[in-house]
Design a protein. Structure first.
Ligand code: CA
Length: 244
């Protein structure tokens, strides 16, 4: 079978914020992609997302030779988590820095998607869109136990309260790693909530239909989020999978 050819688009906009706490990684030869959205006062959020963007790809590639891909990703999240906790130890509890992270590792015939926090991954395949990640927000947890509908959660004040992220106290569970088998024509989108809060399923389906290149779609999406009122940092990475 022909080799995979990946085309990628990426962009991060500061938007109306005074700084950009989002970070992203695009490594096409390594088949690795990541979006991280930092949290914390002053520059702390940027430090946390920067540590995730630096440590996770390195920790994955250091282990890939002798460790299964899903375990590599899981352990890389733990490494970044511990580094962020160490870095934040001088901060008072409740004011410590943290970051979300969503990443995708393409290895052979599988893509391993992992996340902590509320940055998301979506798989767009033909006319279907699937969210591959779970939001670790209080509102989404209330959806899962039946207390809120998805629509109610979107309006909930708890939508942005995260209970699981890199750097949080008592991170007992490892990151969820979700593998899928890519098909030619699949587009994978990774994004921070500054983007995903302002997009519909219809917007996502239109990407591969209307755009030849992921970059032109990414440019449109980040602008769309700002035009629709996003006051947050807006970050998006889109990977298109094809056979050469
Ligand atoms: Ca954000």
């Amino acid at each position: 079978m022909a080799e995979w050819v990946l085309r990628v688009g990426s962009r991060s906009l500061q938007g109306l914020r005074s700084n950009n706490e989002d970070r992203f990684v695009v490594d096409v030869p390594g088949g690795f992609f990541l979006v991280a959205d930092g949290m914390g006062g002053q520059e702390r959020g940027e430090i946390a997302s920067g540590l995730a963007a630096e440590i996770i790809p390195r920790a994955v590639s250091d282990r890939l030779a002798d460790t299964a891909a899903d375990a590599c990703v899981c352990q890389a999240f733990q490494d970044a988590h511990q580094a962020i906790v160490r870095e934040g130890q001088s901060q008072p509890e409740g004011k410590r820095m943290g970051t979300t992270a969503v990443c995708a590792l393409h290895r052979g015939e599988k893509v391993y998607v992992a996340s902590l926090g509320d940055s998301r991954a979506y798989l767009i395949r033909g006319d279907s869109v699937e969210q591959l990640t779970v939001d670790h927000s209080v509102a989404y947890a209330l959806v899962q136990n039946g207390a809120l509908t998805v629509e109610e959660a979107k309006q909930s004040p708890y939508q942005h309260y995260l209970y699981k992220f890199l750097g949080c106290s008592n991170l007992h569970d490892p990151a969820d790693v979700r593998p899928f088998a890519p098909q030619p024509g699949d587009w994978l989108l990774l994004a921070s909530d500054g983007l995903t809060n302002f997009l519909s399923e219809k917007d996502l389906i239109e990407g591969p239909l209307r755009h030849k290149e992921p970059q032109s779609w990414v440019d449109l999406l980040v602008q769309l989020a700002l035009d629709r009122g996003s006051r947050d940092n807006v970050t998006c990475v889109v990977v298109a999978f094809d056979r050469g």
